[in-house]
Design a protein around this ligand. Structure first.
Ligand SMILES: Cc1cc2nc3c(=O)[nH]c(=O)nc-3n(C[C@H](O)[C@H](O)[C@H](O)COP(=O)(O)O)c2cc1C
Length: 511
């Protein structure tokens, strides 16, 4: 006897449905049945769109090219189908209903007097075969009457489609069944389920006595104990997600302007693998994160409150970049960097070190890298998309004339350096030149010498945040540096005294 069992719980193997199905099907196997279990959620299953292609254009064949064609074959050749579904809103789960809707190609369009139900209309079946069906359903509430409409639905389906309804196993108060810690409580119930499976195959039905036993409470104490257990469980669950006092700044996960779709790029291929091992990679995670924080555009989202958690996977090269966990706390115009973990981040990013470094300096586009599966993100998709505006990054682009000009200018800064004016000044000046043609550069001024490097400095004394175009205009004298600063066309963080000396130390047009 061929049995096709369907698990319609989206929780698949973690479900109560599966905890009932598993011993029940084991009993059937022991009695000699050939059993196949399909977790519906694992299928690639489109919803029926009601196009009737399977009736008119390609009779018997659905318009969707997904898993259903294969499953239909199994369905049509099974001797019995076990429908396993959790009770959802007094009915079956959505995925079970989707599955059942997709059985439409089994029928022909014609309206005929039902061959077995007098006075009622039906459709001829394309595949005529005596089926048996059986229903398995767990529900959360502890009473049987909640299943009434579900059972009525399956019985109606059986009657109209001429299946033999061979019975049901309903399990009210079933939630504890799926809890690992309680499994010892249910060994007796599982034995009964196994027996039921054996009887169903051997005798074609489950005996009255066994059916009665299967309807008994899962544990003694009645509803009172059941309520206590449920309350204990949900209190524990809610405690788990409570935000500690010191992290109360954390923004509610369901902030109305943020969605909360879990996401991970398709075929995510996060690895530590990189062939790129240059000097530029030897900066700490802290510097990478500080640089990113510095890029925050204070005007981009005045009302945004969010936290972004980062976990940086260590680099492949033999270099310890330090603490892996960092989070950004965004509160309108402020963006603060914190070490460690925040309780409920709005967005979480797990990234290899090299990937985030490259994104940070503009070598790689953040969204493209996400689509490529170079890093993973969970939480708000909207916030992930918005990060491009919130943290305007350099976009160097080698064929961009602006980038080339700016790069020449920045790399040439030591030639404009005036050691006399810089006497007594030791400083690292970081430039974050954002947007099109931008890049990261830093000047190292020490003992009357000035060197320049592309990338992020370890501990900048001062950081200049400026759109690439604006910095080019200032450097070439088209824009007055002082005025531009007053007009907030660029920002400076760190030791402002360096800015005051900047003009004399370099023969540029920044005054
Ligand atoms: C969307 C949804 C709707 C539910 N509706 C009901 C219901 O109408 N009656 C009930 O007793 N339990 C209801 N429950 C509880 C589930 O039936 C119960 O938790 C069951 O054990 C889940 O089975 P599973 O682990 O196999 O998915 C509902 C649960 C969900 C998630």
């Amino acid at each position: 006897m061929k049995i096709l069992a369907l698990n319609g719980s989206p929780r698949m193997k973690a479900s109560s449905t599966y905890h009932i199905l598993a011993p029940f099907l084991a009993g059937m196997k022991a009695a000699g049945a050939e059993v196949e279990l399909i977790h519906i959620r694992r299928l690639n299953l489109e919803v029926c769109i009601g196009c009737y292609t399977c009736w008119a254009r390609t009779p018997g064949v659905c318009i969707h090219d997904d898993s259903m064609a294969d499953v239909l074959q199994k369905f049509n050749t099974a001797d019995m189908v076990i429908f396993g579904t959790p009770l959802y809103h007094f009915s079956m789960s959505g995925i079970m209903k989707t599955f059942i809707d997709r059985l439409l190609p089994r029928f022909e369009p014609w309206l005929i007097p039902h061959p077995h139900v007098p006075g009622v209309t039906g459709h001829p079946e394309r595949v005529q075969k005596p089926y048996k069906m059986f229903l398995v359903s767990p529900g959360g509430f502890p009473e049987f009457e909640h299943f009434d409409s579900l059972v009525a639905t399956f019985k109606q389906m059986a009657r109209m489609e001429n299946w033999e309804y061979t019975g049901e196993i309903l399990r009210p108060g079933a939630e504890p069944l799926s809890r690992r810690s309680l499994q010892n409580l249910f060994t007796g119930y599982y034995t009964l389920l196994r027996q039921a499976g054996e009887e169903l195959i051997r005798d074609g039905r489950i005996s009255d006595n066994l059916q009665l036993q299967l309807r008994e409470d899962l544990f003694p104490g009645g509803k009172e104990v059941f309520y206590q257990l449920a309350e204990g469980y949900w209190t524990e669950q809610m405690d788990k997600f409570k935000v500690p006092q010191e992290q109360r700044h954390t923004v509610p996960l369901l902030a109305k302007d943020l969605d909360s779709t879990p996401m991970a790029p398709a075929g995510s291929n996060i690895t530590n693998d990189t062939s790129k091992t240059g000097d530029r990679y030897y900066v700490s995670n802290e510097v990478i994160m500080q640089t990113m924080t510095a890029m925050y555009d204070t005007k981009a989202a005045p009302n945004l409150q969010a936290t972004i958690q980062f976990q940086i996977i260590p680099p492949k090269i033999d270099f310890d970049p330090g603490e892996a966990m960092w989070y950004l706390e965004i509160n309108g115009a402020r963006c603060d960097l914190h070490q460690g973990k925040t309780a409920i981040p709005t967005l979480s990013i797990t990234t290899p070190y090299e990937v985030w470094y490259d994104i940070g300096i503009g070598n790689v586009d953040a969204l493209e890298a996400f689509t490529n599966g170079d890093y993973e993100a969970t939480g708000s998709q909207k916030l992930l998309n918005d990060m491009l505006h919130l943290f305007p990054r350099p976009e160097p682009g080698s064929d961009d004339p602006l980038a080339a000009e700016l790069d020449t200018l920045m790399m040439g800064m030591p030639t404009a350096f005036n050691p006399e004016a810089a006497k007594g000044t030791n400083a690292v000046i970081q430039f974050i030149l954002s947007g099109k043609g931008g890049g990261l550069y830093f000047l190292n001024i020490a003992e009357g010498k000035c060197t320049v490097q592309r990338g992020a400095a370890k501990n900048p004394t001062m950081t200049i945040h400026c759109p690439a175009e604006t910095w080019l205009a200032i450097s070439t004298g088209k824009l007055d540096g002082h005025q531009a600063f007053m007009q907030e066309k660029y920002r400076v963080s760190g030791d402002m005294a360096i800015l005051l000396k900047f003009n004399t130390m370099f023969d540029t047009h920044t005054n």
